[in-house]
Design a protein around this ligand. Sequence first.
Ligand SMILES: [Zn+2]
Length: 263
Amino acid sequence: MTIPGRGLFTFRQNQTQPKPTPPQRSVAALDSMRLDLRDIAPCLDLRISQRAKRMALRLDSKSGQVFLVIPPRASLRKALEFAREHREWILRQASTVESPPQLKGGSVLPVLGVDRIIRIHFDETLKRTSIILADHELIVTTNKDDPTGRIVRFLKNLARTEITRMAKEKAALIGRTPGDIQIRDTSSRWGSCSEEGNLSFSWRLILAPPECLDYVVAHETAHLVHMNHGAKFWALCEELSNDFSGGHGWMKINGQSLMRYVT
Ligand SMILES: [Zn+2]
């Protein structure tokens, strides 16, 4: 099951370019160009692209950074002018991107469909970090200044346990047994099923509403019978899902938001 595009919003220049002349560019000139761009908007950076045919502004909707993409021969002076002219557009686009959720004390993390407040109890005398998933809290007892890595590892293990159980249950309903079940962090797929019947899933599904996790597991399990996306596959997928339209619909519209959490 693939993840739809990252939503790169592009603002292209309409005017045609004058005949290019080979530019004489030093590292210092490019550095000073970058500083000028930062003056226009702090989120603005330069990218020289061999494939670019004309100047364009591109928003990375994940990081909120805006890139001024220019062809190798473009004039830096003109590029700077172009960026100045579109300053408002740049600032407006960057402000539409939410800052990524932090895995810090006091932050709220939706785990298995329930919002949990992260509580961090720091104790430097401890030998190791322990994490407990409570009803409305994720309790982290740690000797680490930044336990983010430990929290992610905990979530991956939780995803492995939950998804393995669910996939085995669903497969049993149709008389199949999945092969290996792997938990990954791929940016292009929520899940996959190999010819050999091995399944893999993104750990981030543990942060999605339960019907979505359920739907993706149903989807990959249904591939144990149908290695295609034909009508019979979708009928089985629906049969194996608790809430097919809810899960499928949410993933289609909001799935990308799961990529905002730490990478
Ligand atoms: Zn599929």
